[in-house]
Ligand binder design. Structure first.
Ligand code: PLP
Ligand code: MN
Length: 379
């Protein structure tokens, strides 16, 4: 279906070598210098702390970025949030994936087991019925699947209660055919975006305490944890100090977004010094009245669940999104038709899932075009 070479403006937003000014908009743009710096910051961080990084691919859904995180960014493997997302990345050459989530259904468990024929695969559980399903699928496929027992360490999402409930489930995993008990999933999701530094510290301490209590209870039951997975971009610095998790699952660190910037600013702590590397390039397509410009990036180019995008130009504000339009307040009349802006998305992960390609830019030119490999892989 694609023209060969791909047709810019239809198949792809640009060609390699194009200046940024020629990229069709709206486009998902990576500042490759900032991206490389974030990659190295995290690599140095985990190396200095003696921790493992299992970078979360839910953020970018890109096999190219996952490979860079593993080959040059210090990651031992990746996390994915869905079986089909993992499958897309394994098909593209990734060989070590943790589905850091619960899965349900015989057909889905069977897909996971088939994936384990091609890659090292792990998944989280918080219910005996999931364990039975995954065990049956693993036995049928003749593979072994590594399981992490997820504990609820404060987020009130998935997870068994820390302590004896976790031990009971871990014992079941350990006794089940086709499964290997690898440790705990201890991700505290709701603490990532707490703006108050002290409140965030309290939540992180409480999660670490629940996790350590569970590790001790498991040890007393004769079960050792090779992996204690957890930590996101908003908590990994705290979690590293607290010492409960040994495998960090940060995703957003590679791009950052306006919401994480707000949390960093409010708390005066920028996680690991990470910087904005992801932008939505947009163009002014209408100047209907004085003081208002309309750009071509709206809800189909930007996720706004965590707030509207930020424009890093004094005097300009993105104030409203509809499907294909973005409203920009421009009281000083700075913008003309065709002017371009790099918007900082409110929330990086769901923004990436709206686009087919990343346009990697260095020194004002397109250096790479990476597909969003697992875009729409939500099963
Ligand atoms: N681990 C799990 C289980 C998650 O659900 C998430 C994000 O939602 C992450 C890690 C990564 O979080 P972040 O993108 O904030 O680094
Ligand atoms: Mn997110």
């Amino acid at each position: 279906m694609f023209q060969d070479p791909p047709d810019p403006g239809y198949d792809v937003p640009a060609r390699i070598g194009d200046p940024l000014s020629k990229v069709f908009t709206p486009a998902l743009v990576i500042d490759l210098d900032a991206f490389d710096r974030n990659l190295m910051r995290m690599k140095r961080f985990v190396a200095a702390r003696g921790l493992r990084l299992r970078a979360h691919a839910k953020t970018h859904k890109s096999a190219d970025i996952a490979k860079l995180q593993i080959e040059s960014g210090g990651a031992v493997g990746i996390c994915s949030q869905k079986v089909s997302e993992a499958e897309a990345l394994v098909r593209a050459g990734i060989t070590d994936v943790l589905v850091s989530n619960q899965i349900w259904g015989e057909a889905r468990a069977a897909r996971l087991a088939r994936l384990a024929e091609h890659a090292k695969v792990q998944v989280c559980v918080d219910d005996p019925a999931q364990v039975a399903q995954i065990s049956a699928a693993a036995v049928a496929a003749g593979v072994e699947i590594g399981l992490l027992v997820e504990i609820d360490c404060g987020a009130r999402r998935c997870g068994v209660q820390p302590g004896s409930e976790a031990v009971t489930l871990a014992r079941l995993v350990d006794a089940s055919d086709g499964l290997r008990f690898n440790g705990l999933q201890a991700y505290q999701g709701s603490l990532q975006h707490i703006a108050c530094a002290e409140e965030r510290r309290v939540a992180a301490r409480s999660a670490a305490k629940a996790t350590k209590t569970t590790i001790t209870a498991l040890r007393e039951a004769g079960l050792s944890c090779e992996t204690i997975g957890g930590a996101g971009t908003g908590s990994f610095v705290l979690d590293a100090d607290l010492g409960a998790v040994n495998e960090l699952q940060c995703g957003s660190y590679i791009f950052m977004d306006a919401d994480y910037d707000r949390v960093s600013e409010a708390s005066g702590e920028r996680p690991g010094g990470m910087e904005n590397a992801l932008f939505v390039l947009t163009e002014v397509m209408s100047r209907p009245v004085p003081g208002r410009a309309i750009c071509d990036a709206g809800l189909k180019a930007l996720a706004v669940d965590s707030g509207l995008p930020r424009i890093d130009v004094p005097g300009l504000r993105y104030t409203g999104a509809s499907d294909e339009h973005g409203t920009i307040e421009d009281p000083e009349e700075k913008l003309a038709l065709g002017n371009r802006l790099m918007l900082v998305p409110g929330h990086c992960d769901p923004t990436c899932n709206l686009h087919d390609f990343y346009i990697g830019v260095r020194d004002g030119r397109v250096e790479t075009i990476w597909p969003v490999t697992a875009r729409g892989k939500l099963f």
